[in-house]
Design a protein around this ligand. Structure first.
Ligand code: ADE
Ligand code: ZN
Length: 351
């Protein structure tokens, strides 16, 4: 079984194909970040929303970011075309179709309700549209999926509590809560009480930490918020004690290499520390974050990062395995996905 699985040698030229076909889970995707410019324009037209861009091309050419905030300004503007339940469904459906092409077999989707409720869109509209797309993804595409509600950390904890209240009537339709938006200056401790409440309610807990912010934010996400996974976490390599803690406690990091490149967290992919994290024994995974904005879905993240950093088939296996182990699926489903992963590697080696 998986623990003893020997990864067969794979010629470097065949690695991209293996990366493409291996089954994988995506654990860090903001569904609003999967809105392609074409769909933004189609929804704007359907809903009569005016956009400050003349064309799809003009919008796409605005996607040149210098840091996280410069991206968030455009990302929140793009989400303004989402008004009806069907809009949320269509957005998530487009993501699932694209993810299935990359052999993503399980996905845990972040959504940002405050971006929508602040515009008068009801929580019911948001959650019902996304949830229906998750149900259909399983039935029609064979992709299992669940939702994680993210609190926007640039807003107050009071606003987060109000958002939680609005979402509780639909609590059977999301499995956890997260924390996203502008990190620096909005440390995890700002949300300690609302996360404590979510923990009492039995939700899974995750938080963005150490994307642009310091290693201290990763410590407080773990110790004060008591999160089960860290989203990004790439700044951990600046703190040796933190690296030991993450390895010892097997805390998953949902790393997003193309995001880190496009938001200037790293100067180029060759400088990305994914290999360092893996080789230090951390449970890192690869994810797309906001694929419509960062130039690549899952397999693009894998192939570009492997090409730039010289990662191997052994790393590929580890990353795919980590994605299932770090997921919030039931143990029996995990075993089923891990067996499928082993089969894929064995079949590939003998072909
Ligand atoms: N919201 C969408 N993408 C994000 C990211 N990379 N960091 C923080 N908040 C986000
Ligand atoms: Zn993110």
């Amino acid at each position: 079984m998986s623990l003893n699985f020997q990864v067969p040698p794979v010629a470097a030229g065949r690695l991209p194909e293996l990366l493409n076909i291996m089954p994988k889970a995506e654990l860090h995707i903001h569904i609003e970040g999967s809105l392609e410019p074409e769909l933004i324009f189609a929804l704007a037209s359907r809903n009569g929303v005016a956009l400050p861009y003349a064309s799809v091309e003009a919008l796409r050419s605005a996607y040149a970011f210098s840091n996280l905030q410069s991206f968030l300004d455009i990302y929140y503007a793009g989400a303004s075309v989402l008004l009806e339940e069907q809009d949320f469904y269509d957005m998530a459906r487009a993501y699932f179709v694209r993810a299935a092409q990359d052999n993503v077999v399980h996905a845990e989707l972040f959504f940002d309700p405050q971006t929508h409720t602040a515009r008068g869109v009801s929580m019911e509209t948001v959650i019902n549209g996304l949830h229906r797309a998750c149900v259909d993804a399983q039935a029609e595409l064979g992709v299992s999926a669940s939702l994680i509600l993210c609190f926007l950390r640039h807003l107050s904890e009071e606003d987060a509590f109000a958002t939680l209240e609005q979402a509780l009537p639909f609590q059977d339709k999301f499995i956890g809560v997260g924390l996203d938006s502008g990190e620096v200056g909005n440390p995890p401790e700002k949300f300690a009480r609302v996360f404590a409440r979510c923990r009492e309610l039995g939700f899974h807990l995750v938080a963005h930490a150490g994307e642009e912010g310091p290693p201290a934010y990763i410590w407080t996400a773990l110790d004060l918020l008591k999160v089960e996974r860290i989203d990004h976490g790439v700044q951990a390599s600046r703190d040796a004690a933190l690296m030991r803690r993450l390895a010892q406690d097997r805390i998953p990091l949902t790393v997003c290499p193309l995001s880190n490149l496009k938001l200037c967290v790293v100067p180029d992919l060759a400088s990305h520390n994914l290999r360092e994290l893996l080789d230090a024994g951390l449970m890192a995974t690869v994810n797309s974050d906001d694929p419509a904005y960062f130039g690549g879905y899952m397999n693009e993240n894998f192939t570009q990062t492997f090409a730039a950093t010289g990662l191997t088939a052994q790393h590929a296996y580890q990353l795919a395995r980590n994605s299932f182990e770090a997921s919030f699926i039931e143990a029996s489903d995990k075993q089923r996905y891990l067996a499928r992963l082993d089969e894929t590697f064995a079949r590939f080696a003998s072909a």
